[in-house]
Design a protein around this ligand. Sequence first.
Ligand code: PXL
Length: 279
Amino acid sequence: MSQPPPIVLSFAASDSSGGAGIQADILTLASMGCHPLSVITAITVQDTAGVDDVMALDPEWVADQARAVLEDMPVHVFKIGMLGSVEIITAIAEVISDYPNIPLVLDPVLASGRGDELASEDMLVAMRELLLPQATIITPNSLEARRLAQDDEDDDDMEDLNQCAGRLLQMGCEYVLITGTHENTLQVVNHLYGNDGLIRSDSWHRLTGSYHGSGCTLASAIAAALANGLPIAEGVYEAQEYTWQSLKAGFRPGMGQYLPDRLFWARDETDTMDEDKVK
Ligand code: PXL
């Protein structure tokens, strides 16, 4: 019998459109050779045009899902996406604190790319206090980075992303990847920071479509790369490359946004299935 692939446990919400959330995580993790475990935090009602409703699960159900699989299987990496409520954040923070050696990729989901709010101000505070200090890497876009880094008591505005990254690292995570899709630059530039400052900047040709699920894809791809044994800087590069390719191959299945094709590599023009058929 074959060895199991590396296992990644994703805490995320269901996106009925299949573009973001747990569905994005499962597609990405499987596509990158991992076995995805899924702990559902909330259920959204949404299509490719937007989020209509959100129902957060009972926090005990979230903790129970996680504990059941953690007691059964060796988890290589945790990935956290949309959280649903302050109580769910508290429950997850408690579960993962029992596994301090498992790397954690935290995607601090505050709003969808289309602007639907997916976290309250109280949830932002709970994420900062309970999850950020446990994270190996956080993957905010520049808007999320500014909101997370902004401390109510000071009036400095957090325009400068280097300064934001410094602040987020002080809050206790080991690495910060700030993505640049929302910045007014010709190319999309993503910056990875660690405690010694900037580690790498990667520039990507800006694609013209509007995509749903790119952040979930990137964070899951980082989780997969780490689970596959890559060091952080290489893993972050490989995850960006994978995400960019999946966006480039994106498709528009409905009337709203494009979705990344997380299985782009499996869709060669030549249909290899036919060649494998027994004649
Ligand atoms: O892209 C962030 C995100 C994460 N999780 C769910 C979402 C979204 C964006 O819409 O719906 C479930």
